[in-house]
Design a protein around this ligand. Structure first.
Ligand code: THU
Length: 160
């Protein structure tokens, strides 16, 4: 018997004016971080801030390497830092913004698959979904409640 499994993903695409004051401030702070990215090879700067429920902001930017696979995405820099510095604090919002040095990025950029898996683990660890905010250098923002909307068939610890 063949059973069809369907997941529905949802998110909302909004203007800056539609964000809460907390979300707008976080977005602006994230976009202000582009200068701290180290992206001499791709020229694609990514910044991420994990806003914890205790109000702490944990920042990350992509860190590249001449040995390409040794670099790390901005989201993972931020989430691993949050997990190691504040192991008991849950992440409320993860804001991610991207800037291409060669052309204006006006559309939200989705995290790569490996970063989605790491976001999934953070949610599992805190037993709470994270609000994910995705943005370009300017333009609309994609708001997503929980990584299940971006990675429906994700690997969870229950499978181990
Ligand atoms: N990058 C991120 O930092 N986050 C993502 O989710 C996508 C890609 C970085 C990795 C690399 O430094 C550059 O963007 C181009 O792929």
């Amino acid at each position: 018997m063949i059973e069809k499994i369907q997941y529905q993903s949802e998110g909302v695409l909004v203007d800056e004016a539609d964000l809460t004051p907390e979300q707008l401030q976080l977005l602006q702070e994230t976009r202000n971080l582009f200068a701290q990215a180290y992206a001499p090879y791709s020229r694609f700067r990514v910044a991420a801030i994990a806003l914890l429920h205790n109000g702490t902001r944990v920042k990350g930017t992509n860190q590249e390497n001449a040995a390409y696979p040794s670099g790390l995405c901005a989201e993972r820099v931020a989430l691993f830092q949050a997990g190691s510095l504040f192991p008991d604090a849950a992440v409320k919002i993860l804001c991610i913004a991207a800037k291409n040095e060669q052309k204006l990025t006006t559309k939200p950029v989705s995290p790569c698959g490996a970063c989605l898996q790491v976001i999934s683990e953070s949610e599992y660890r805190q037993q709470k979904p994270i609000t994910i905010m995705l943005a370009g250098e300017e333009g609309k923002i994609l708001l997503i409640e929980g990584v299940k909307n971006l990675l429906p068939f994700r690997f969870l610890p229950d499978a181990l």
